[in-house]
Design a protein around this ligand. Structure first.
Ligand SMILES: [Zn+2]
Ligand SMILES: [Zn+2]
Length: 383
């Protein structure tokens, strides 16, 4: 990689990279890595120069003199920065003029642009205390990862100003929120912010279900799909196992699928309509899986759909059979799966709607994923 002076400026010198002129295919792995490192270092060095030049512009108010703009406005227009990036750059530029040790190392490309920005923010929070510890920060920022540097700054802030550290933590916790809403297509939109403790707990719970060491090679779900399934499994586990969950209508709240008997047996209703969960159509395989292990309420209706007779809710796998299955199978029976029985459904080998008996002989435990796969027509591997 060669450096050459720019031709663009009168009265100053600047050395941008001419670019990589060597054929990449002719380079060794080490040389390619070195080229990437050099390019990154030059970018950090250039970023430091941008801050220094911006500070000089700001000091002289030159953007106003030449273009009638603020420094941030000038950056937005001429450097095509977003509003937040431009104002952040001006802030960092001003802070850096008071940070000799950091500036020197930034010019040398020893502190990354990200590190410089973090230190500038730290300095803005406690300018006097930062001055005292500046040399230490300049040293550690040269080798810490962005995350570790942020943590070091957090610890330093806590020592310097405990009251605002506590207020910050409280503010973070107040921002916690979860939004869950049904979209027009029947899908659900989930988003929000978690406070540090809740984030760790939920992350640990989801990770315990999606642990990469548990992935079987035939699992072709994407990672986001696996996380979605994990969250559903965790919530279902809670509904299945928490005896104190508030009852609605004498039942623990799960989901309700409404369908007519023909649909269940043949997969299509006489009117050609799909079964629905709360108004959203679901496919026949999902219907068969959901009814395979669930509570069933028989409702006999007249031709206008008015209920004539409502039966008792009956479990497709009564507690005694379920206990026997737990004892016999001990968990998911799909070869190679270690899901414990508490995560499993009781699957009918021959569906009860097709005349299959609800008996230990006709049933086996399957975790939610393998239960779904079986009803999708997948064949379990040989044990
Ligand atoms: Zn089943
Ligand atoms: Zn399984």
């Amino acid at each position: 990689m060669k450096n050459s002076p720019s031709e663009g400026g009168e009265g100053f010198e600047f050395s941008p990279v001419e670019g990589l002129t060597t054929d990449l295919d002719q380079m060794t792995h080490e040389q390619v890595e070195q080229a990437a490192l050099t390019a990154k270092k030059l970018r950090d060095m250039a970023d430091a120069q941008l801050l220094i030049a911006t500070a000089a512009m700001h000091r002289r108010d030159s953007a106003r003199v030449t273009h009638g703009l603020t420094t941030a406005g000038w950056l937005r227009r001429h450097c095509r920065m977003s509003a937040s990036k431009a104002s952040g750059t001006v802030k960092a530029a001003k802070a850096l003029t008071h940070m000799d040790a950091v500036r020197k190392r930034a010019i040398a490309g020893e502190i990354t642009a990200d590190g410089v920005r973090q230190l500038c923010l730290a300095r803005d929070m406690h300018p006097e205390a930062f001055l005292v510890h500046q040399d230490v920060f300049a040293d550690v920022a040269a080798y810490l990862s962005p995350r570790d540097l942020r943590q070091a700054i957090d610890h330093w802030r806590q020592q310097v100003d405990q009251a605002s550290a506590v207020a910050d933590a409280q503010h973070r916790r107040r921002r916690r929120s979860v939004f869950l809403s049904r979209t027009l297509s029947g899908m659900w939109d989930l988003n929000g912010m978690l406070d540090p403790e809740s984030g760790h707990i939920i992350n640990a719970a989801i990770t315990s279900v999606t642990d990469p060491t548990l992935i079987d090679p035939h699992d072709n779900r994407s990672n986001p799909q696996r996380r979605s399934d994990a969250l559903t499994d965790i919530c279902r586990f809670w509904l299945d196992h928490n005896g104190s969950t508030k009852m609605t209508g004498g039942e623990r709240p799960h989901i309700t699928v409404t369908l007519d008997y023909d649909t269940l047996v043949s997969g299509t209703s006489s009117e050609g309509l799909l079964p629905e969960i709360d108004g959203t159509p679901i496919d026949p395989a999902t219907t068969r899986r959901l009814t395979c292990d669930s509570g069933i309420v028989r409702i006999v209706s007249d031709s206008d759909g008015q209920p004539l007779d409502v039966g008792r809710r009956v479990r497709t796998a009564p507690p005694a059979i379920r206990r026997a299955l737990d004892h016999r199978d001990g968990g998911c029976t799909w070869a190679g799966c270690d899901a414990p029985s508490s995560w499993c459904d009781a699957h009918h080998l021959i569906h009860w709607a097709d005349g299959g008996a609800t008996s230990v002989g006709n049933m086996r435990l399957l975790c939610r994923r393998h239960h779904t796969m079986i009803h999708d027509g997948k064949v379990p591997p040989d044990p």
